[in-house]
Design a binder for this molecule. Structure first.
Ligand code: PLP
Length: 397
């Protein structure tokens, strides 16, 4: 997955353009910037590749999720449905605006289970936020149908699945809003950065203003710009955008390398009896950043993960025991350990996750191993890796 593996002259050139002008801000300084608008250029490239009308670059993927929610008018007391298997950024972005994260089970897609989503809807529900974990996607058609039925917003967290597609559409572009992360370990990196995409002009304009202290960006005098509503600072810098601009141009090259490496591993593992691969919804094409599979039970999955690591196969994750990606280890959320007082709405409406039954999620995540697909492997390295994995897994199964 990580774009930092293939980093070079193009990234340096884009950054040098910014350093030469000295304009590190995405807005203004028109006369000083030698015609360089790295953020705007990257936003234009994202809208083209993702087939959406609008893109707004932001300081992180978490910022993108926060701004996406805010741009659609989500606020205190609104409930947002998220999966039990995700990254902490999902609930962080929701809590940041005073809204309430509602955890919901996942299924064999390793993403939101539409049946569980339906059961979790209340009169306060406003958003369904599927998280396309590990390079594949949620059953977007089923989720969209539910959202349409109940008048809910569909916000796709595509931070780990950039370049994947569903029914011919890039993931992130299927829902009302979609978000990407360009942090240091993602497929495309800006160092730190993120983006939201949408076809909704109002959400886009709201996002543009909200992420820059409410500036309406009318006229040429920043000090005289209007502030139609309260905002915050989630801006990206030109330096970060410059790195991302070089990286984003290579997205399809990165995807084809990932697909090649993934296919070698997958073909080798496919004949192993007892190994089941993660389900990709009909109409979906992964971005091939991870190869995810299920062992027959939790015990075997734990043994397999240790055995793979001991055999020198790095980058195979057992998310069930991970502190950042699965609800079981989110004691800070479960115990409501907040530095300051939480909003009353959150205190009242946040479910008691100590009492929650997520055994359906446990069933899938407890048996899952996800192996990172790297860009920098040589052909010989992937083949060697495939051979070793087959030996290790065959011994266990
Ligand atoms: C990385 C990630 C984020 C957050 O992105 P940052 O840029 O690190 O803030 C959000 N959701 C998922 C699924 C991620 O993997």
């Amino acid at each position: 997955m990580p774009g930092f593996e293939l980093f070079g002259e193009q990234e340096k050139k884009e950054v040098q353009d910014v350093l030469d002008s000295g304009v590190l801000m995405r807005y203004g300084f028109d006369n000083m910037r030698n015609g360089h608008w790295k953020t705007k250029e990257l936003e234009a490239a994202i809208t083209r590749r993702m087939q959406t009308k609008h893109a707004q670059l932001l300081s992180s993927g978490t910022a993108a999720l926060t701004v996406a929610l805010a741009s659609a008018g989500i606020g205190a007391g609104d409930e947002v449905i998220i999966p039990t298997f995700t990254f902490v950024a999902s609930f962080e972005s929701i809590l940041a605006i005073g809204a309430v994260p509602i955890l919901v089970d996942i299924n064999d897609t390793l993403t939101l289970d539409p049946v569980a989503v339906k059961q979790a809807i209340t009169k306060n529900t406003k958003v369904v936020m599927p998280v396309h974990m590990c390079g594949s996607m949620a059953d977007l058609l089923a989720l969209k149908t539910i959202c349409d039925e109940h008048g809910l917003l569909l916000l796709e967290d595509a931070c780990q699945a950039i370049g994947a597609s569903y029914e011919g559409k890039p993931v992130g572009s299927y829902g009302d809003l979609g978000c990407f992360s360009f942090d240091a370990v993602k497929t495309i990196t800006c160092g730190e950065g993120g983006a939201l995409i949408t076809n909704n002009k109002k959400y886009y304009i709201n996002a543009d203003h909200y992420s820059d202290h409410g500036h309406d960006h009318v006229g040429k005098d920043r000090g005289a710009e209007g502030h139609p509503f309260l905002g915050y600072n989630y801006r990206i810098s030109e330096l970060n955008a410059a790195v991302g601009l070089a990286q984003f141009k290579r997205l399809d090259e990165f995807l084809s390398i990932q697909e090649h490496n993934y296919s070698i591993l997958r073909n080798a593992l496919e004949p192993i009896e007892g190994l089941v691969f993660r389900k990709v919804p009909a109409g979906g094409i992964e971005n091939y950043s991870f190869l995810s599979f299920f062992l027959p039970d939790e015990e075997k999955a734990k043994v397999a993960q240790i055995a793979l690591t001991e055999a020198g196969i790095d980058g195979c994750f057992y998310w069930y025991d991970n502190n950042w990606h699965y609800y079981r280890k989110w004691e800070h959320l479960i115990n409501r350990d907040s530095l300051g007082k939480l909003p009353n709405e959150v205190i009242k409406q946040l479910p008691d996750f100590k009492k929650a039954d997520f055994s359906k999620s446990d069933y899938w995540v407890g048996r899952n191993i996800s192996c990172l697909i790297k860009l920098s492997w040589s052909e010989a390295e992937v083949n060697e890796r495939a051979g070793k994995m087959v030996v290790v897994l065959n011994k266990i199964l």
